[in-house]
Write a protein of this length. Structure first.
Ligand SMILES: Nc1ncnc2c1ncn2[C@@H]1O[C@H](COP(=O)(O)OP(=O)(O)OP(=O)(O)O)[C@@H](O)[C@H]1O
Ligand SMILES: [Mg+2]
Lengths: 502, 336
């Protein structure tokens, strides 16, 4: 085992109304990849932020290589040798990609910033991550996934002793993740200590050496990955015993779609984005869009929500042909769309949780119609309970929620509109294991009990297999297969994606 | 072609290109209407007459870039003119020292405003508004009446003409050009300058990236204070007086110039050469009116007001267009 690099002892942090951390211990060694695990709102990001001086700590000590340190700002933490990618993308959209990577430590020539070297080195650095983009364009030209890669590039380029990655993979695809892992392993071999946070259990087991588990701001314990089976890990995270977790894992019985068709799309497409997709969605059906990232799943969903106009084919809702020219029209038809990029789109930080939940309803009803306060409270409370959103009160500002809980609020917002078709695009990314199964069950329950149609998009195959009654497999922006009932299995999906018709 | 146009609209320099084009068109129209416009000296006069405004605009651009604002610039300028006139007329302080004193005053006052705004996280609008009242008031306390500057050396300095072959410029204009040059270099090529942009783009990101946000913000207001004082020197070189109502409403002219020059009021986007052209456009319009002879100078304000509206709308349009483009390009990159 390597030398102890970082020791945090008895860390306390209190926010108004929440005890985010109480007496938490954490030890990181050289050449170790250490995962912080816990449910949404357990205090993982807070621990990271206390360590890096974003928040002052209310108690406890931090020692690095035997010396006590007191970073008061991220800058001071960097000077101590701690490099961090925070959970929220922390870059500036108005600066170029290259500058985002180098700002604060720009190479200089004759005292002035050497732009040529910056651009050159940024391109090189991103190339090692297999991202080949124009680094002289401003950041807002690129997708969240690429922005995430850029943030990672920034953090690994500094010669740090400790690297912290707070949910770096939540918007990356499989391949990008593997590339990141390769680099992280290399840094580990160089003796760096790495803190890695993620809600993907496979990634934790694939990459990490040790796990520290937090629950409600308290330390549950630190364990070697090798000696901690998955079920035990989950049990410790949620604070139940293993048998209860096993019960939780049992998938709910799938819904029985009715024969009534809610929406049918015939040969729809949009130039350059989607080619010729056919689909029917029945009432009470959970329809899954499977496929790799970029296969056109999101774009197809966007066509059904009127984000882009269709250039061919036609969409019928309840048997009537309709022109979905914008999202407003789709909302009038009781379609709701919970987008994938919740990191950028969606939350309005300075509004309360209740107000954020009411937002889409309000938009649908028009701004003049007042929703009585009592009703708002009821809707908000229902959603908070249904999705087990961790808040100190429904009036808490949403920007003070943990990342995962913010996402749940966005899902709640669309649920509150009482749609007949709910489109969930990657609803479980960045959400803890316990709630993941809750969301899957919720999708099934909505279909079963309320007869709602649900479109479920996810990159996690077993999640799709568990929840969907029908799967549409996409590849290269086309529909390549449709799987129903017993045909639904990971192998069949893989086969379809690989090209052999299922 | 369409692609190229899209690129241009999305680029940071689109606003700048439009501003320069507008200036050229206005100037060409001037040449066609009045023969006098042809003389190079008319062009150089733009710099002489607007030296103070250029310097103030540079200062205010720094504050706009971090998403702040500084309303005190005109009042600080007036106060500096007044103190300078007072020192030169009623004391034996030499010219160099008097200038040094007012520059330090500007720096000190700017730093104080910046510290208060940053430390207590207050609205820059309110604090600098208070600063504006304070400075105006103080100016009036020093003297209600105009104080003329008769110091021979200063008067000499004011009438110095720096020959450029085709014409001449004043000392004030030279100061203005130097300020522009230094500001452009500072913003484009120093850590401090880039931090200014980062803060304007996203302050919390800037802080999470480990940039010195606090220090930089205070520095920005300090620079604005310094520029106001320096503009005070340029202004007094033209007016040769200290007067309570000097530079009245100048903050608004400066903000207008900066915005017309491509600075976004939301912060993070701006370009010093654009700022210069923002001022020059106002100057050309005024020159027009002078040549015309009968129109009121207030027409400048009317035209500038209209221009400002057009530019703000254009910026909103660009921002929207850009976000559309970027969502498209992210899709394209995803499809690869
Ligand atoms: N700035 C803040 N003000 C008030 N409360 C906060 C603030 N930041 C976090 N909290 C609260 O502290 C608790 C821990 O949040 P934290 O962000 O550390 O969770 P997390 O473990 O990172 O969760 P996730 O997996 O969702 O990212 C939450 O209850 C959250 O509401
Ligand atoms: Mg978090």
């Amino acid at each position: 085992m390597g030398k102890v690099l970082l020791e945090m002892r008895q860390i306390d942090k209190v926010f108004p109304g929440v005890r985010a951390l109480s007496k938490v211990d954490f030890t990181l060694r050289e050449g170790e990849i250490h995962s912080l695990m816990g449910e949404n709102g357990a205090g993982k990001s807070t621990l990271v932020k206390v360590l890096t001086g974003v928040y002052p700590r209310d108690g406890g000590t931090v020692t690095m290589e035997g010396k006590e340190i007191f970073p008061r700002t991220p800058k001071e933490a960097q000077e101590c040798g701690i490099s961090t990618v925070y959970q929220e993308v922390n870059l500036c959209a108005n600066l170029t990609v290259a500058e985002n990577i180098f700002i604060g430590r720009e190479p200089r020539k004759y005292g002035f910033i050497d732009w040529k070297t910056i651009n050159h080195r940024a391109a090189e650095l991103l190339h090692t991550l297999n991202v080949d983009i124009d680094v002289t364009k401003t950041l807002d030209h690129y997708s969240v996934a690429i922005q995430q890669m850029i943030a990672i590039a920034r953090s690994i380029d500094v010669s740090a002793k400790i690297l912290i990655l707070d949910e770096p993979t939540s918007s990356l695809d499989e391949e990008e993740t593997q590339r990141l892992f390769k680099i992280v392993r290399k840094l580990k071999d160089q003796g760096m200590g790495i803190i890695f946070i993620s809600h993907f259990l496979e990634q934790i087991y694939d990459l990490c050496d040790r796990i520290t588990i937090l629950r409600n701001g308290e330390l549950v314990g630190a364990y070697d990955v090798a000696t901690l089976p998955k079920l035990d890990l989950i049990a410790k995270m949620v604070g139940k015993d293993v048998s209860a977790v096993r019960d939780m894992e049992v998938a709910a019985e799938k819904s029985q779609p009715s024969d009534e068709v809610f929406l049918s799309a015939e040969h729809i497409g949009a130039t350059g984005q989607i080619f010729d997709v056919d689909l029917k969605i029945h009432k009470g059906e959970v329809l899954g869009f499977a496929g790799l990232l970029g296969s056109g799943r999101t774009e197809t969903a966007e066509l059904l929500f009127g984000v882009h106009p269709i250039s061919q084919g036609e969409i019928k809702i309840n048997g009537k042909k309709l022109d979905l020219k914008d999202p407003m029209t789709a909302m009038e038809q009781k379609i709701a769309f919970c987008p994938e990029d919740r990191k950028v789109a969606g939350i309005i930080g300075d509004l309360s949780v209740r107000e954020n939940i009411i937002l889409a309803m309000q938009a649908k009803d028009g701004i003049l119609k007042h929703i009585p306060y009592k009703e708002q409270v009821k809707i908000a409370d229902d959603c908070i309970k249904l999705l087990s959103i961790k808040v100190s009160s429904r009036e808490q500002l949403i920007k003070n929620l943990s990342g995962g809980n913010q996402q749940k609020v966005i899902i709640a917002r669309w649920l509150a509109t009482q749609p007949e078709l709910l489109i969930l695009d990657e609803p479980t990314r960045g959400i803890d294991v316990g709630t993941k199964t809750e969301i899957q069950k919720m999708a099934v329950a909505l279909a079963k009990k309320r007869g709602m149609s649900v479109i479920f998009i996810s990159s996690e195959m077993d999640e799709m297999v568990r929840t969907c009654t029908k799967l549409i497999v996409m590849r290269d922006r086309r529909k390549v297969a449709e799987l129903e009932n017993d045909e639904i299995s990971s192998e069949n999906v893989m086969k379809a994606i690989a090209g052999g018709a299922a | 072609m369409k692609h190229y146009l899209n690129q241009l609209v999305a680029s940071q320099y689109f606003s700048f290109v439009v501003t320069v084009l507008l200036f050229v068109i206005l100037y060409a129209a001037g040449i066609m209407t009045y023969k006098g416009f042809m003389r190079p000296q008319v062009f150089l006069n733009l710099f002489i007459d607007n030296a103070a405004l250029i310097i103030v605009t540079v200062g205010i651009t720094f504050t706009l870039l971090i998403g702040g604002i500084d309303l005190s610039v005109g009042a600080v300028l007036a106060l500096c003119c007044m103190v300078l006139a007072y020192l030169l007329e009623f004391t034996t302080v030499p010219v160099g020292l008097a200038i040094l004193i007012i520059l330090l005053m500007g720096i000190g006052f700017g730093a104080l405003q910046g510290y208060i705004i940053t430390k207590f996280d207050l609205q820059p609008f309110i604090i600098t508004l208070a600063g504006m009242f304070f400075c105006r008031g103080l100016t009036a306390v020093i003297s209600r009446d105009t104080i003329s500057i008769t110091n021979p050396f200063y008067v000499e300095l004011a009438s110095t003409r720096i020959q450029l072959g085709v014409g001449f410029i004043s000392v004030g204009a030279v100061i203005a050009l130097l300020t522009l040059l230094i500001a452009a270099i500072v913003l484009g090529y120093t850590k401090f300058g880039r931090t200014v942009f980062a803060i304007g783009g996203n302050e919390s990101s800037a802080s999470l990236m480990g940039l010195p946000v606090f220090r930089t913000k205070v520095m920005v207001y300090t620079i604005s204070g310094f520029c106001s004082a320096l503009a005070g020197v340029a202004y007094s070189l033209i007016m040769l007086t200290g007067y309570n109502l000097h530079g009245l409403g100048m903050e608004m002219d400066a903000i207008a110039s900066s915005v017309i020059g491509g600075t976004l009021l939301t912060g993070g986007v701006g370009f010093i050469p654009g700022t210069l052209f923002g001022v020059l456009i106002q100057g050309v319009i005024l020159t027009f009116i002078t040549f015309q002879g009968t129109l009121s100078a207030w027409w400048t304000k009317i035209v500038v007001g209209a221009l400002l509206c057009v530019f703000i709308v254009m910026q909103a349009f660009i921002t929207e267009h850009k976000s559309k483009l970027s969502s498209k390009s992210s899709m394209e990159s995803a499809s690869k």
